[in-house]
Design a protein around this ligand. Structure first.
Ligand SMILES: [Zn+2]
Length: 108
């Protein structure tokens, strides 16, 4: 009985390990310029004063960067869902709201 449980948990652990090593490490390639922008965002975000950084590559693709402070960023999802895009959307909706108010005021 105990041996069966042990075997089952080992199979589960092995399956999880295989999943972790394959699916969980699916990186999205980015350009050198994008890596540089992400490094600048990191510096602003935590007030990092490091002057050096380097690109992290997987094969021929750039997948992230390592900061001089030891911080490592690996791109694991498309870059479009990052923070800068949210700021653009906020500005756009603000303008849209202003236009809506402005036009409704005009029509009265
Ligand atoms: Zn840093």
């Amino acid at each position: 009985m105990l041996e069966t449980l042990m075997l089952a948990s080992w199979i589960g652990f092995t399956a999880y390990s295989i999943w972790y090593l394959t699916a969980a490490k699916h990186y999205f390639p980015i350009t050198v310029n994008e890596a540089k922008i992400l490094w600048k965002i990191h510096k602003q975000h935590i007030g990092c004063t490091a002057k050096k950084w380097r690109i992290i590559k997987r094969g021929d693709n750039v997948v992230g960067f390592e900061c001089g402070c030891g911080y490592r960023h690996l791109q694991k999802r498309p870059i479009v869902s990052g923070a800068p895009a949210l700021n653009v959307n906020a500005k756009m909706s603000q303008t849209a709201a202003f236009d809506k108010l402005h036009t409704s005021y005009k029509s009265k």
